[in-house]
Write a protein that binds this ligand. Structure first.
Ligand code: DGJ
Length: 353
């Protein structure tokens, strides 16, 4: 039996054990900060598995869609499908499960073992459907099929129903993104022509196909990993060069119209490993809801030997008079945008001659 005396003796030990348990549990709890390149745990303490990500903000929540990778060299093909996570604050993410699952049917385009990459989701207010586009390579054909896949859902978290795959406007399509403009028009931007030239295609009103209106841009520049944002009437592009899973310098451009002409801005990265985009490759330019001018450059630090251990590099976008800068930070918070925006809006631009 525990006497009052033995309780008094044990109490400091119990307190010390409790403190130790809390300290050990700390790394499992996501904090209100971004640590680019570090393991990022979801709300259950499991590493987030959503690579080549696309994001959607809808009715107060962010949704993060990405490639669910598995361990070992075979983990880059689609063994599971696309995962979905949700968050209200961009720091803490809840695993919502598999949004689009691979098929067991060998005749399906999305059979287990095919290549499914870079999912991007838009909400179509006309049809009230969530529409997912992604890069699809047929099983066993390397990167020769060069198609997009399209899937739909009535809920942002899925499950998404796979509809079909095709070459948009009859042209090859590898790395891709979707961009929805302020007027509701949406676009596919994709690496085409054996990755030598990007194609910009307008989507149909239901977002399920392309409208037939398309244009070649960044002709012969050999870019991939495209992403687009719009800020103060200008369109900004960030992509990468083509070196497989190995990092290379990012490449940015700015335009007054999404159709161009696009003015090259070079590599916007600043800081350690800027010449290789902080050892990462972009996947999305994520607008922060309720903070005009706040955008996050979301990138992947790939790990082709063990894809499940690929990391995420998120950094704030800084606008400059001439373009944009993506600066390395070991750790940062959304409130850091205030000082970036302040410095941008308080800058007195030199008078034009
Ligand atoms: C780089 C692309 O950006 C990735 O999505 C993936 O397709 C790899 N190349 C494959 O090597």
């Amino acid at each position: 039996m525990l006497t009052q005396r033995s309780l008094r003796t044990l109490w400091p030990i119990v307190c010390a054990l409790l403190a130790l348990t809390v300290a050990l549990a700390q790394p499992l709890l996501a904090e209100d900060a971004f640590s680019p390149g570090a393991v990022w745990l979801d709300s259950q303490g499991v590493a987030i598995n959503a690579h080549g990500a696309g994001f959607l903000y809808h009715e107060g929540k962010y949704y993060w869609y990405g490639e669910f990778k598995t361990t070992g060299r075979g983990g880059n093909v689609a063994n599971v499908g696309f995962s979905c996570y949700s968050s209200r604050d961009l720091y803490h993410w809840k695993n919502e499960g598999i949004a689009l699952r691979v098929s067991d049917d060998p005749s399906s385009d999305i059979v287990k073992g095919s290549v499914l990459e870079r999912p991007k989701v838009l909400y179509n207010s006309r049809t009230r459907q969530y529409v997912m586009w992604f890069h699809l390579e047929l099983k066993g054909q390397g990167y020769r099929a060069a198609r997009v896949g399209v899937a739909v859902s009535r809920r942002p978290t899925g499950p998404f129903l796979y509809l079909r795959s095709f070459r948009p406007d009859g042209e090859m399509s590898h790395d891709m993104t979707l961009f929805e403009d302020e007027n509701g028009k949406a676009y596919l931007l994709t690496a085409s022509e054996e990755n030598q030239t990007m194609h910009l295609s307008e989507l149909s009103d239901d977002y399920l196909s392309t409208s037939g209106h398309w244009k070649r841009i960044f002709i012969g520049e050999a870019l991939e990993a495209p992403s687009i944002l719009r800020f103060e009437g200008k369109y900004y592009f960030v992509g990468s060069h083509c070196t497989g899973w190995a990092p290379n310098p990012a490449s940015a451009a700015v335009a007054d119209s999404i159709w161009g002409p696009w003015k090259p801005l070079g590599n916007p990265s600043v800081g350690p490993n800027a010449d290789r985009t902080f050892l990462a490759q972009g996947t999305y330019l994520l607008p922060v809801h309720g903070q005009p001018g706040a955008f996050i450059f979301a990138a992947d630090r790939w790990n082709p030997e063990n894809p499940i251990d690929g990391r995420y590099v998120w950094l704030p976008v800084e606008f400059t008079p001439d373009g944009l800068v993506i600066r390395w930070r070991d750790r940062w918070q959304l409130r850091d945008f205030a000082s970036l925006q302040n410095s941008a809006s308080q800058t007195v631009w030199p008078a034009t001659k």
